[in-house]
Design a binder for this molecule. Structure first.
Ligand code: NAP
Length: 279
């Protein structure tokens, strides 16, 4: 009996590659997306790698679509062994540039979406006394990034949720893992940028800092940016390791960066490091 993986946000990027890689590893993959009209790239990728996927509609911001999908998957397959919380989207702006409405949207996709999915799937795994919940957060879930106030708040919240859940879930036979990528070449940046142009209501004081930060970010993407499939392989590792780690930074560079936070409990070194990117 093959294991069933349910993956969110599979229309592009990390979710798309992860779905195909999991299928190649022997999982039956329920690849979900909020707009199934966008399934073609995923279908092409699956075809190119000789696997087939069970593609379904699921919007992590819509509780009814989550319930319907989980129930349908249970009717079809009878179990869910792996949940990959991957869906997410970015937002650029300081607190002054971010309306409460925008904040709600960012939190809804990146945090409440993960909460809803996990809450929907946990009872199934608890009944089976087995399962794995793998969530894609970000280095921005551990280290605040300038001009990513709302996004980092949401990703930090996910880290707190999962770190709290992990030991309890472990007692129930369920492993909880976090995947922490740095920059990854996906559709993500383009979608963040689009919102940035819409939210330029800030006082002029932020403009030069934002320009410096964005120029630095482009450089960081060019030098240490990973491919979606590389992150997908880390997710497969977390999904298939006999006893997985709790955290998976996705590259050696990101590991080193995170280590710099942990050695300085005052936080001063990390604020100096990220602050250096503002000029
Ligand atoms: P991506 O190519 O933009 O993929 C994001 C996926 O999430 C898309 O399939 C998108 O669907 C989906 N999504 C957005 N809102 C959704 C909703 N309400 N319900 C269901 N799906 C939804 O970007 P990515 O880089 O692969 O992002 C995947 C994850 O990696 C995210 O959690 C992101 O925060 C994280 N991450 C990315 C980077 C990076 O540099 N790329 C770095 C660290 C962490 P649509 O096509 O319908 O929009």
């Amino acid at each position: 009996m093959s294991k069933i993986a349910l993956v969110t946000g599979t229309s592009s990027g990390i979710g798309m590659h992860t779905s195909v890689l999991l299928a190649q590893s022997g999982y039956t993959v329920v690849a979900t997306m909020r707009n199934v009209a966008k399934a073609e790239p995923l279908n092409q990728e699956a075809k190119a790698h000789g696997v087939s996927l069970d593609t379904r509609h699921l919007d992590v911001q819509d509780g009814a679509s989550i319930t319907a999908c989980v129930q349908d998957v249970m009717r079809t397959h009878g179990h869910i062994d792996l949940l990959v919380n991957n869906a997410g989207s970015g937002f650029l702006g300081t607190i002054e540039e971010t309306s409460l409405e925008d904040l709600h949207q960012v939190m809804d996709v990146n945090f409440f979406g993960v909460w809803r999915m996990t809450q929907a799937v946990l009872p199934v795994m608890r009944a089976a006394h087995s399962g794995r919940i793998v969530t894609v957060t970000s280095v921005g879930g551990l280290i605040g990034q300038p001009f990513n106030d709302a996004y980092c708040a949401a990703k930090f919240a996910v880290e707190g949720l999962m770190e709290s859940l992990a030991p309890v879930a472990q007692r129930l036979g369920i492993h909880v893992c976090l995947i922490e990528p740095g920059p990854v070449h996906t559709e993500f940046v383009a979608s963040v940028r689009e919102k940035a142009t819409r939210s330029q209501t800030a006082a002029e004081v932020y403009a030069p800092m934002r320009e410096a930060y964005l120029a630095g970010t482009m450089q960081v993407f060019a030098t240490i940016g990973q491919q979606g499939a590389e992150v997908g392989r880390v997710i497969v590792e977390a999904a298939t390791a006999e006893i997985p780690h709790f955290r998976y930074p996705t590259s050696a560079t990101i590991c080193e960066l995170i280590a710099r936070k942990y050695v300085d409990p005052t936080g001063d070194a990390i604020v100096a490091l990220t602050g250096a990117r503002l000029s």
